[in-house]
Write a protein that binds this ligand. Structure first.
Ligand code: FAD
Length: 436
């Protein structure tokens, strides 16, 4: 016997990743009637395991920080990059962060957030795939879904005042509107990632450690430039995530088997990474692939809909901004919706304000992460205003991070124009000669 989905509610949230579950939590906690429809059955796999400490201010807002802490995810102290042979380290504690970044198994992390949405009062339905939204009635859009919980694949509808599209990279609404655009740049990227058991890791002391030492020496996220792209090495509690982000043409025409051979060969040929993986074992079947990289949409909010998280845009994850952006979008969107529910006549204004704030954040991440590969979809004035508004230490951390790779040339240019570049201090960013 499956629980019945209501036919009407205030807000329907499509997708239960960090963006959707946080948005639902904010609304439910404010007494708004909210239904969340999730295609998968949680826990479900998701990539994106490195979280920066900025996430805590958002998880504090929804009251889920304690549940995250209790799970005992690995606390990370910062990051180390090897970029064109320059080795650099950044430590969050040098910038006033008292709580660490995290290396999380995303199936577990996302499930905590979804369960929190439910206990906060959201009606959560899993194995429900939203197919489309009919906006012909502007006051009561109708969400059409496929119910996969039963054999007969029932299709149903639910009416609501506001739709939040948090469907991740499937970007349901921008697909329906035809507004999704791939970032146009000189180089397009794809990602290939998999998991290893028994990998060594780099610790906060810049040395390589065996996995058994993880409780005594905190890890850092390891990032390295490779063949026009970059790689990540993120140790988790019982496995290690290793990903390659490469120009698309490097793997053009390869089938699944060829991609796997290429991935394994690349992992064993690269300096540092091959040493970390020396006695590690690849987990067969774990290789995954994401070709549709870095996209955005100009139409992310309207009178009765909001696209948040990866459904609005995807930025190359080199600075681990994805989950933070998702949580930020959830916070600003739900402010706009709560106000719109009180004063419907102002809803266009609220949605426009919200769109500006979200585009500002995405533009900021894009300028930081895509460097001289292009600044498509970035509004320079919005980004400069955000730079000026950031707390000084947070800005210093980002400016220092922008020196760790050659990805942030656009960002540094905007920082100079905004007059914040002179705030760059060398603290927290050091070079060291010995390989880890
Ligand atoms: C290769 C790679 C590496 C990354 N590394 C990092 C990192 O280290 N750190 C970081 O912070 N970010 C990283 N990211 C980005 C991060 O994973 C995303 O930004 C984050 O997951 C976005 O959260 P979300 O809630 O918007 O989407 P998701 O987490 O994708 O959640 C969307 C949910 O919607 C559901 N859904 C989809 N379609 C439908 C539908 N039609 N009906 C109902 N439900 C639906 C899905 O099942 C899913 O559960 C990385 C991304 C990639 C691709």
């Amino acid at each position: 016997m499956t629980t019945q989905i209501p036919q009407q509610t205030d807000v329907v949230v499509i997708g239960g990743g960090p963006a959707g579950s946080s948005a639902a939590t904010h609304l439910a906690q404010a007494g708004v009637d909210v239904v969340l429809l999730e295609k998968a059955q949680f826990p479900r796999h998701q990539v994106g395991e490195s979280l920066i400490p900025h996430i805590w201010k958002f998880t504090d807002l929804t009251g889920v920080s304690e549940k995250i802490q209790q799970e005992g995810f690995l606390a990370k102290a910062g990051g180390i990059t090897v970029w064109n042979d320059n080795i650099r380290q950044i430590l969050f504690s040098d910038f006033g962060y008292r709580r660490p970044g995290l290396h999380v198994e995303r199936d577990v992390f996302d499930h905590i957030l979804l369960k929190h949405a439910e206990t906060s009062g959201t009606q959560v339905f899993q194995s429900i795939a939203v197919k489309a939204v009919d906006f012909s009635d502007k006051d009561w859009p109708e969400v059409r879904y496929l119910d996969k919980r039963t054999q007969d694949n029932y299709t149903g509808t639910i009416r609501c005042q506001y739709v939040i599209d948090a469907s991740g990279h499937s970007a349901l609404l921008s697909g329906q509107f035809g507004t999704r655009q791939t970032i146009s740049s000189q180089v397009n990227f794809l990602s290939l990632w998999g998991y290893f058991e028994g990998s060594r890791y780099i610790g906060v002391d810049r040395k390589s450690h065996s996995a058994a030492e993880i409780k005594t020496v905190k890890p850092v996220t390891f990032v390295m430039s490779v063949d026009g792209g970059w790689l990540w090495h993120i140790i988790l509690r019982d496995k290690t995530s290793v990903g390659l982000v490469l120009p698309t043409e490097k793997m053009r025409g390869m089938d699944r088997h060829q991609r796997e051979v290429f991935y394994k060969q690349t992992c064993v040929r690269l300096p540092y990474l091959s040493q970390l993986l020396e006695s590690a074992r690849f987990i067969e079947g774990s290789l995954q692939y994401r070709p549709d990289y870095s996209y955005y949409s100009e139409n992310i909010c309207g009178d009765n809909y909001y696209c948040i998280g990866d459904s609005a845009a995807f930025v190359d994850p080199i600075f681990s901004h994805g989950v933070q952006n998702a949580l930020y979008n959830a916070a600003v969107t739900t402010l706009a919706i709560k106000e719109s529910l009180k004063k419907k006549k102002n809803r266009s204004r609220y949605s426009q304000l919200c769109a500006n704030r979200m585009q500002q954040f995405y533009g900021f991440s894009r300028a930081l992460s895509l460097g001289d590969f292009g600044c498509h979809g970035v509004n320079p004035e919005l980004v400069k205003n955000l730079m000026k508004a950031l707390p000084p230490l947070e800005l210093a951390l980002i400016l220092v991070a922008s020196e760790m790779t050659n990805r942030s040339e656009n960002f540094r240019q905007l920082a100079r124009e905004a007059g914040v570049w002179d705030k760059l201090e060398s603290r927290g960013c050091c070079r060291f000669e010995n390989p880890p």
